[in-house]
Write a protein that binds this ligand. Structure first.
Ligand code: HEM
Length: 376
């Protein structure tokens, strides 16, 4: 894959892909331009792919000015101050998860930590009570099966639709009305009581946006946590350095995001004919920017295939850039930092014992990632 992408960057940096009927973009500079220029490259993918079921109220398929207004409402939930308040709660969740496997000598990072942590954090942020979280797990499991096992299998599509329907029903019938009546300090309450210009969000918008928040923060962060543990264990010298000097943790996380970005591509639609990388892309075409390729572009990064926690600067694009820059980027980094520190504090030694990838690369994610652990 990486050799193929290097070849694409050199010879066909912007090319039409028959299979996906879209234009693929491979160089860092071009990817950056597509993601930054929202006037030419729109996020309104519904207009060319209505069958994909993109929904109203979904921030990631909106353009300005609606995008800015809606993003402003939830952005309050992701400020540095809110995140600082959230940190002790994240620490508590990590502790509970690791306590639950305290009697084991082998842990599975995916099952025991990286699947659970983001699910519980996002549920707390949004305000889904503990006893109601099974529906979140069912939706995530169906989505994992669809994106990672066999994207072409119709049964998986049906399973996702069923789980999503169940989640929407829960929000529509239980959580949203409850918070509308009795608002609390959580994101669902903010959305349910927010006003956009001169109107409040309608029920469909509140439900759809909440679904986006619940899903956007789970499997992606799970992937980051798994990739972090895997990549560090593949580079034992750097792993030991991080253990000895925790100030290196943030740099290590940025480098994992560059080296193995959880989301491989960012999508846009052209508003007009546009020249990019020597070719003209017509209006109303799908453009897919390869975040994996951009993050390994030798024009941007010396020795891009080398994992180096000291890399500076490291303007990796795992969260993209521009007005749609991932809203949860700082939260994901915070979760990764707390999780890595907790693992290093608790285990004096971790020996990699095995892993399995999900078959599909649409979400780069270890299915199973086991370590034999020793405690001090
Ligand atoms: C958007 C990646 C975690 C919420 C995005 C996009 C990517 C991404 C690639 C698309 C941006 C674009 O269209 O240009 C990731 C990765 C994560 C992560 C790699 C973890 C490592 C989270 C978390 C949340 C979150 C924890 C919190 C709920 C969102 C939202 C958007 C978004 C709301 C839409 C933003 C907009 O369109 O304005 N993310 N994400 N993400 N992400 Fe994340």
């Amino acid at each position: 894959l990486y050799a193929w992408m290097r070849n694409a960057r050199d010879n066909t940096p912007v090319m039409f892909d028959e299979a996906s009927q879209s234009w693929k973009v491979y160089r860092y500079e071009d990817v950056h331009r597509v993601l930054s220029d929202w006037q030419v490259f729109s996020n309104d993918m519904c207009r060319i792919m209505p069958e994909h079921g993109f929904t109203r109220g979904n921030l990631s398929t909106m353009d300005p000015p609606e995008h800015k207004q809606l993003r402003g409402i939830v952005a309050q939930g992701f400020t540095p101050r809110t995140l600082a308040e959230l940190a002790p709660r994240i620490e508590r969740i990590v502790k509970e998860l690791l306590d639950a496997v305290e009697d084991r000598t082998e842990i599975d990072i995916t099952r025991d930590l990286s699947y659970q942590l983001p699910l519980n954090v996002i549920a707390e942020l949004i305000g889904v009570p503990r006893e109601d979280r099974a529906v979140l797990r069912r939706t995530a499991d169906a989505q994992l099966a669809l994106t990672c096992e066999n994207p072409a299998d119709g049964d998986f599509v049906v399973a996702v639709q069923k789980a999503m329907g169940e989640l929407q029903d829960y929000l529509r019938q239980d959580l949203v009305p409850a918070r509308r009546q009795d608002p609390r300090d959580d994101l669902v309450s903010k959305l349910a009581t927010a006003t956009l210009e001169d109107r409040s969000l309608d029920e469909e918008e509140v439900v759809n946006f909440t679904v986006l928040l619940l899903l956007a923060g789970h499997l992606t962060t799970m992937s980051l946590l798994g990739n972090m543990m895997l990549t560090l264990s593949e580079h034992p010298d750097q792993f030991a350095e991080v253990r000895a000097d925790r100030d290196l943790v943030p740099g290590a996380i940025e480098e994992v995001l560059r080296y193995r970005p959880p989301v491989p591509e960012g999508g846009r639609v052209t508003n007009v004919d546009v020249e990019l990388g020597g070719v003209v892309i017509p209006a109303d075409r799908m453009v897919l920017t390869s975040l994996i390729s951009a993050n390994r572009d030798e024009r941007k990064y010396p020795g891009p295939d080398r994992f180096d926690i000291h890399r500076l600067p490291n303007p990796q694009l795992a969260f993209t850039t521009g007005i749609h820059y991932c809203l949860g980027a700082h939260l994901a980094r915070l979760e990764a930092k707390i999780a890595l520190n907790a693992v290093l504090d608790r285990y004096s030694d971790l020996t990699f014992t095995g892993m399995q990838w999900y078959e599909s690369y649409s979400l780069c994610n270890p299915r199973r990632l086991t370590f034999e652990v020793r405690r001090p």
